[in-house]
Design a protein around this ligand. Sequence first.
Ligand SMILES: Nc1ncnc2c1ncn2[C@@H]1O[C@H](COP(=O)(O)OP(=O)(O)O)[C@@H](O)[C@H]1O
Ligand SMILES: [Mg+2]
Length: 466
Amino acid sequence: MPRAKRIRESTRDDAPDRQGARREPSGAHPFGERREITALFYDLIDSTRLLTHSDLEDFQDVIGAFQGRSCAAVSAHGGSVSEVLGDGGLAFFGYPEPLEDCATAAIHAGLDIVDACRQLAAHAGWGDLHVRVGIATSDVVIQATEGRISAGVTGVAPVLASRLQSIAQPDSVVVSERTRRLARRHFAFRYLGPRRLKGFDEQQEIWGARRRTINATRFLALGRWSHRMIGREDELAAALAAWRSAVAGRGRALVLRGPAGIGKSRLAFELFRRIRAERARLIVFQCSRRGAHAALSPLVDLLRSASGAAAGTTDPTFRQIASLMRREGISDALAIERIAFAAGADVPSKQSMEEVGPQQFRERIVWAVRRCVEDWARAGPIVIAVEDLHWIDPTSRDLLRDLAGWIRDKPVLLILTTRERPAWLDPEPHVTQITLDRLSAAEAGQLLADLLPEVKAGPFRARRFL
Ligand SMILES: Nc1ncnc2c1ncn2[C@@H]1O[C@H](COP(=O)(O)OP(=O)(O)O)[C@@H](O)[C@H]1O
Ligand SMILES: [Mg+2]
């Protein structure tokens, strides 16, 4: 294939197995400049087959549009397309323009290319149109050359990116270990294992990159839920009834109350598992002892971690929060700005937000949260869970009180778990409180037998354990 050959040629002096031997102090290099860059390789899958099945002009239109969108995605994130090769291409991040965070920028661009391909496929009615993206980072030696960028780039990154692209699943972005390490705070990665790749002596650790979302994958991935659910039939039925009501546009708030370890989170999870097939979206806010006196801490914590800002060290940037919220379908610019401000980001209207008094600030946030929930629920009914309400900070509590009253005609189920009765929550018909009692001795015995199959758990023994 001419494309693969050209890349091999451009990198022939830096075969992967000789990588170590080529290391030199950063910058100075007898044959050019040494720099860390990230290479991105993208390619449509099986486009020759698509060509044989479609009108030539249609084909050209779609491929042209795909290339246009892909190049735009690369430049939007500060990269440069080095070569456009028929139905694919090679781009560099960090060269020729230096880029602070080239791995993160490349992954953003790669995910945008996948999105663009999906949109074009839907638009053109071409279900078979899929793309693969491979991304890798390495030091390279750069020689100033004639026109074509890749001719002057010698290093592992472009070869590895091309190999990773070739093994990626359709519409996915696969990245090298070094790329993942550099971008780990900004995306969710799935380990795809060590893989043997052509031309590489050592196995390569590879990863699938996804955007972070605020949908509650972390909650679901906690792993404490693998054993079966015991009992709680009545409580689950009440929770499901509340969900049905929300689906019908009559929002409900469900308070699950009981001491630590009684099974509040488990019940919430079980509900979500049951309604998952309905493509319900779940967003989980976690209150914490540490955040009990920090304004809006469950919201701020979630935004920080989902937008990729390091916990406790730096504030997320306005751009990080805005792009996270837009990805979630929230489009109201003012609401985004106010929420981003609350999360500590430096927003354009910072000064005017700082000038308002606490009451007005609270009203603005209430308004912004309502707008966000409206936008979020536009795609379908949603579940908002707030865990461990006994630690909620006063500002969040006010916000939640407002939300609990406001959702009654919205497709929203609010689940609140708490150890104490939330006396501040107005008793309204659409607010249901469920107190979780201890499991019966027989149920507790079953639970114990599931958890510790080696213990012969009769009711009597079970009581001693629980
Ligand atoms: N009814 C149940 N069936 C099976 N496991 C349960 C049940 N209730 C609680 N558990 C398990 O007990 C542990 C503590 O429950 P959890 O829901 O975290 O308590 P809480 O949220 O009330 O503090 C979890 O591992 C959970 O899976
Ligand atoms: Mg819990």
